[in-house]
Design a protein around this ligand. Structure first.
Ligand code: NAD
Ligand code: UD1
Length: 341
């Protein structure tokens, strides 16, 4: 069976993807420097699946270290998750974001070229649609003007992959634009484990619910949406992980250069998330309404028809599942992977 290298595979989305790839019969190797993750996540992937993951601790910018992995493993395809992803931090430390995200991409592409590996799948984001495209976002739209350096790194990396594919007609590239991944594996053994104060909504909600933080601030209730709070296309991370398996199946069977949205197509408001979380889990989430957060858009969601049509992928999990599984993970691991390290 084909072997898939997950760069940044110990992280939130990478670890869930590792589980689904192993379930589907693929072999998995991971390179991660654990700058935002823990090797414990990979131990748990092995426990969940009963299968082995070849784990390498290395910086994906380190060309020699990455080449050593390609030498040791016969890699058929690469999924590139390795990157920094905190929007607010990217505004404060843009050079760190450009350096890490762009360099990991260039190094991977260079080493792939050296070893003749021709299949790569990239973790992009809905943020590349920018501010000017109308919802729902569809892949035929042009990339827009991003509101922060994190978003620009994604737009630039998409461009780099497209240019590399133009120069090498044998190179197959799939750009996956994720919407808002939340939830966790249903076992509660792996999940999102942010360092410090969470930037994203769901980890903040679960940390308030578990008593680690006092109160969630809902950023703005004066948006032109049904209840005044922002609307997003939340997607269960296991559905997202299965989208990667479908993308791997696809890229292993034909040459392609394709972009896919991975979202549900249905947006929910921040208030709906909080209310659903409280109802499904029978737990209170203290919250107040505060000022808008800079750079937030009122609403965005996917047209995910292309992934259904070409990959045969669609989401299966509901918002109730997302809220239940996020809480199950947080409750079982109030300090994330830390306690197990
Ligand atoms: P994550 O931080 O949990 O995972 C990223 C992993 O990459 C971490 O394990 C980190 O240690 C590793 N990493 C970072 N730089 C590295 C380097 N130079 N060398 C080796 N390892 C390195 O994030 P995630 O949520 O799993 O996201 C995965 C990818 O998907 C990222 O590229 C992210 O930008 C993208 N994405 C995430 C979201 C989201 O909401 N989570 C949305 C859209 C896109
Ligand atoms: C952001 C980024 C996106 C990135 C994603 C995951 C932009 C425009 N969006 O998405 O690129 O892929 O993070 O890293 O850059 N909220 C609160 N209180 C909180 C936290 C969030 O009300 O404490 C609200 C936000 O205003 C937003 C919604 O919850 O309306 C979701 O926020 P978040 O999880 O941060 O994701 P996005 O901002 O949609």
């Amino acid at each position: 069976m084909a072997k898939i290298l997950l760069a940044g595979g110990a992280g939130y989305i990478g670890s869930h993807t590792a589980v689904e790839l192993l379930h589907a019969g693929y072999e998995v190797a991971v390179i991660d420097n654990f700058m935002n993750s823990s090797p414990e996540a990979i131990r748990r992937v092995e426990q969940i699946t009963g299968k082995h993951v070849a784990l390498y601790e290395a910086d994906v910018r380190d060309r020699e270290a990455v080449a050593a992995v390609f030498r040791a493993e016969k890699i058929d395809a690469v999924i590139h998750f390795a990157g920094l992803k905190a929007v607010g931090e990217s505004v404060k430390k843009p050079l760190m974001y450009y350096r890490n995200n762009i360099d990991t991409t260039l190094t991977l592409l260079e080493v792939m070229e050296e070893f003749g590996v021709k299949n790569v799948i990239f973790s992009s984001s809905a943020t590349v649609y920018g501010e000017e495209n109308a919802v729902p976002y569809i892949e035929t739209m042009k990339r827009g003007v991003c509101s922060n350096p994190y978003g620009w790194t994604k737009a630039m990396m998409e461009q780099i992959f497209e240019d590399a594919a133009k120069a090498d007609p044998a190179l197959s590239v799939i750009l996956l634009r994720y919407f808002n991944p939340i939830g966790a594996h249903e076992s509660g053994m792996i999940g999102e484990d942010p360092l410090g104060i969470p930037n994203n909504l769901m980890p903040y909600v679960t940390q308030v619910a578990v008593g680690k933080r006092e109160c969630l601030t809902i950023f703005g209730n004066d948006y032109p949406t049904k209840d005044g709070t922002c609307m997003r296309d939340y997607i269960h991370v296991v559905d997202l992980a299965k989208g990667h398996v479908k993308a791997v199946d696809y890229i292993m069977h034909q040459h392609c250069v394709e972009v896919f949205n991975l979202g549900t197509g249905t947006p929910y408001s921040v208030t709906e998330i909080v209310e659903t979380f409280e109802r499904v889990n029978q737990v209170k989430v203290n919250h107040v309404y505060g000022a808008r957060r800079d750079g937030d858009l009122a609403e965005f969601y996917a047209n995910a028809d292309k992934a259904e049509r070409l990959l045969g992928w669609h989401t299966e999990k509901t918002l109730d599942d997302m809220c239940r599984d996020s809480w199950n993970w947080q409750r079982q691991n109030p300090n994330g992977f830390q306690a197990a390290e």
